[in-house]
Design a protein around this ligand. Sequence first.
Ligand SMILES: Cc1cc2nc3c(=O)[nH]c(=O)nc-3n(C[C@H](O)[C@H](O)[C@H](O)COP(=O)(O)OP(=O)(O)OC[C@H]3O[C@@H](n4cnc5c(N)ncnc54)[C@H](O)[C@@H]3O)c2cc1C
Length: 393
Amino acid sequence: MTGTEELRRRTRELLAAHPPASTDRLDFLRARFDAGLAWVHYPEGLGGLGAPRSLQAVVDAELEAAGAPDNDPRRIGIGLGMAAPTILGFGTEEQKRRFLRPLWTGEEVWCQLFSEPGAGSDLAALGTRAVREGDEWVVNGQKVWTSSAHVARWAILIARTDPDVPKHRGITYFVCDMTDPGVEVRPLRQITGEAEFNEVFLTDVRIPDTHRLGEVGEGWKVAQTTLNNERVAIGGMRLPREGGMIGPVSKTWRERPELRTHDLHQRLLKLWVEAEVSRLTAERLRQQLVAGQPGPEGAGMKLAFARLNQEISGLEVELLGEEGLLYDDWTMRRPELVDFTGREAGYRYLRSKGNSIEGGTSEVLLNIVAERVLGLPAEPRTDKDVAWKDLAR
Ligand SMILES: Cc1cc2nc3c(=O)[nH]c(=O)nc-3n(C[C@H](O)[C@H](O)[C@H](O)COP(=O)(O)OP(=O)(O)OC[C@H]3O[C@@H](n4cnc5c(N)ncnc54)[C@H](O)[C@@H]3O)c2cc1C
C-alpha cells in the first residue's frame, strides 16, 4: 500500500517534471491525474493509487506549498462529489476511462438531472421516460432545479424504463450528453436574483446504451450512491477553523465593536461552538469514508450544515442592522458556482435558505436518520407494491 513517504516522493517527482510556474494549468492537472495524485484513494490508472483517502492531505499540502494549480473543486462539485463516485461504483472500465479524467481536471462539467416538477422528495415517482430503440434509449420528459445545466457537458440522469413495476424498480441510470439537440436548458431565477439552476426539457434525446450506468431497472440502487455522496459533498466539506458561514460574522464581530450587544454575543458564541463541532464531525465522517462509500450518516451532517448556515447568516444580518439589508446586485446572473466569499451578508442569508432543500429537504433527511441510522419505525408507505403507471398523480 502507498504510504505517506511514497506519496511525498511521487508528488515531488510530479512537481520536478512539471514545474507549476512554467507549466500550463491544464497540462499540470492532466499530469497530476496520470501520476495517480488526483484522488489517491481511486484505483491506479483512474487518477489514484489505491491509497487511503486520508493521505490525500499529504499530496494537497505538498502541491499547495509549491504553488500548484488546483482543479477549482467548487466549480465542478457535482462531477467530483456525485458523478465520479457513481461512475467508479457502477461504470464499465470503458466509462471510467472516458469520463473520470476530464471530470477531475474540470475540462467537462457535470450536472444532475434527477428532480422533476412532480418528483423531488418523492424522487422515485419520476416520470421522465426512456424507451429502448436498438442500441439507444430515447428520452422524453422534464427535469427541474438542475444546478449548472447551463455550463454542463454531461449529466447524470435517472429515467423510467418500466412503468409496469413499482416505482423504485422501473428506473434506470444514464449519462446524458447535454449537447444533444433534444436538450433544452432554461434558467430559473432564485431568491438571490441569480439563476444558478435551470429547468431542463428532454425531447427525443438519444442516449447510447453504452452510456447506461448499472443494470436496466437498477437505477434506484445506483442513485443511492449519488445521493449519499451528495449529502457528504454538501454538508461534509473540509473547512479550516472559522471557515464557512461563521467566518464573516466572527470577523465583523471583532472589527466592529460598536455593533455588539450582550444577546448577540451569547448567540454568536453558541453558534461558533456548534460550527466548530460540526466541522470536526465532518472530519470524522470523512475519516470513515476512507473505508468505502458513505451511508445514510451523511444525512445528519447535511442537516446540521443547513440549520447552522441559516442561523449564522440570520445572526449576521441582525448584527449588521440596516447594513445587513443591503444587497450587492439584483441583476440576474448565471453563476458557475455558489460562492459566498466576496458577497454581502444579504446574499448569504438568502442563499442559505436553499441549503435545507437542495440535496434532500431537512424533513426528508430527518426521516432518513430516524429510519436508517436510528432504526426507528418507518413512515407508512402505501405505494411500495403498486405499479408506477397505476399511482395517483
Ligand atoms: C439550490 C438548489 C439546487 C438544486 N440542485 C438540484 C440539481 O442540481 N439537480 C436536481 O435533480 N435537483 C436539484 N435540486 C432539487 C432538490 O433536490 C429538491 O428541491 C428537493 O429534493 C425537494 O423536492 P421538491 O422541491 O419537489 O419539494 P417537495 O418534495 O414537493 O417538498 C415540499 C415540502 O414537503 C416536505 N415533504 C415532502 N415529503 C415529506 C415527507 N415524507 N415527510 C415530511 N415532509 C415531507 C418537504 O420537506 C418540503 O418542505 C436543487 C434544489 C435547490 C434548492
